[in-house]
Design a protein around this ligand. Structure first.
Ligand code: AR6
Length: 177
């Protein structure tokens, strides 16, 4: 695939992930999958209480892995819940665990025929992962999947605020092409 084609398949937007018109949005959850603050809180509020009911039945999710549910009142039909690592000092396997979040979310998406998917910047809020480093990991993993003849057509990186948008745009520019 040419760099242009790849670039067209990774979009960076500034906005609220709950408003995205995509097949699936990814949630930055915690191991209980029972909701929380940040993007997790926003997704549960927008989806409605049925989402929490379905999440209860999943029995949690380990860090670096992902689970899938319906989207209920969200514009997206599905939510992929992944659990990012809590940042400590960068020497506790944080990078590999974060890469695992992107890999397992994208693998689940493929298994469910998802063509368009939106990610928030996993772990970079309450979990304190440095955003530039997280953005490089996100783009690396997304690029790997898209280069491998994936059924996924488009991946959106949804950034909360101008700074996040600029950090992600830079990561895509530097790593794609
Ligand atoms: N749309 C897109 N991005 C958002 C939104 C939104 N509506 N709201 C926040 N962000 P965080 P984490 C950005 O804290 O670091 C929860 O309580 C935000 O600016 O949501 O993985 C869970 O239950 C940041 O860049 O997730 C866990 O306990 C990014 O999303 C814990 O927080 C992630 O911030 C997970 O922490």
């Amino acid at each position: 695939m040419s760099p242009e084609q790849l670039e067209n398949r990774i979009g960076v937007v500034e906005g609220d992930i709950t408003k995205q018109q995509v097949d699936a949005i990814v949630n930055a959850a915690n191991t209980t999958l029972l909701g929380g603050g940040g993007v997790d809180g926003a997704i549960h509020r927008a989806a409605g209480p049925e989402l929490l009911e379905e999440c209860r039945r999943l029995g949690g999710c380990p860090t670096g892995q992902a689970r899938i549910t319906k989207g209920y009142r969200l514009p997206s039909k599905r939510v992929i819940h992944t659990v990012g690592p809590v940042w400590r000092d960068g020497h506790r396997g944080e990078d590999e665990l974060l890469a695992g979040c992107y890999r397992s979310s994208l693998a689940l998406a493929e298994q469910h025929g998802v063509k368009t998917i939106a990610f928030p910047s996993i772990s970079t809020g309450a979990y304190g992962f440095p955003m530039e480093r997280a953005a490089k990991i996100a783009v690396t993993e997304i690029k790997k999947i898209l280069e491998r003849k994936s059924s996924i057509e488009k991946v959106l990186l949804v950034c909360f605020g101008r700074n996040a948008f600029e950090v992600h745009q830079k990561a895509v520019r530097e790593m794609v092409g």
